[in-house]
Design a binder for this molecule. Structure first.
Ligand SMILES: O=P(O)(O)OC[C@H]1O[C@H](OP(=O)(O)OP(=O)(O)O)[C@H](O)[C@@H]1O
Ligand code: HPA
Length: 183
């Protein structure tokens, strides 16, 4: 365990902080304004995609002051790895979805397979509209054929952590967004 902690400290010390807390705050303010314009009178069901969506969802929710409901899904494609594989669903929402306006919130739109599959599932459950919001869009051309309705920041194609995103399970709690050295 000591070795693991020391390795993680080295990863953090050597990382590049690409986006600071102030930049994230203003991106969230802007997203919250757009979401308010579109969804304030729709009593949306906000869905947090666990685990990465936890910090971004909380940050967005505190900027939304209209009636909404909150639930979550737990789906993971990366686990403790830095390469994604098949999406595993660990938990489904309990709230009735048919005829609801749904807003899915996640930390990162990387290749997009996670968000695309989750959106498809909500559409299959009869949601009237499914919107999606991510804090970070990673810039590369290995994407699925869709983009989130609301996105905070475009970030270069490196392995990121912080503000919900993990490196081997750690660092979701950081206020900024960092990139692993050399990745
Ligand atoms: O756009 P994609 O290439 O599909 O990757 C994005 C997804 O990967 C991460 O989740 P992960 O599977 O690591 O689980 P986590 O939320 O528990 O970190 C992240 O939170 C997104 O849900
Ligand atoms: O760059 C990333 N960092 C953390 N989790 C992720 N899930 C997809 N891409 C990433």
């Amino acid at each position: 365990m000591i070795n693991k902690i020391n390795d993680l400290k080295t990863i953090l010390d050597e990382s590049d902080c690409l986006i600071n807390a102030q930049q994230i705050d203003s991106a969230l303010d802007k997203m919250a304004k757009q979401i308010t314009t579109d969804l304030a009178d729709k009593f949306p069901l906000v869905i947090c995609v666990m685990n990465g969506g936890l910090v971004p969802t909380a940050a967005l929710l505190e900027r939304l002051s209209f009636p909404l409901e909150l639930d979550y899904v737990h789906a993971t494609r990366y686990g403790m790895e830095t390469e994604g594989t098949t999406l595993k669903w660990l938990s489904y929402p309990q709230t009735e979805i048919s005829n609801r306006d749904v807003l899915i919130v996640d930390d990162i739109f990387d290749q997009g397979h996670t968000l695309q599959a989750i959106i498809q599932w909500f559409e299959e459950q009869g949601a009237s509209n499914v919107f999606s919001a991510t804090i970070v869009n990673k810039l590369h051309d290995r994407k699925v054929d869709m983009t989130p309705d609301y996105n905070g920041l475009d970030v270069e194609d490196r392995f990121l952590f912080g503000f919900g995103m993990d490196y081997k399970g750690a660092f979701r709690n950081l206020k900024g967004i960092h990139a692993v050295k050399g990745c």
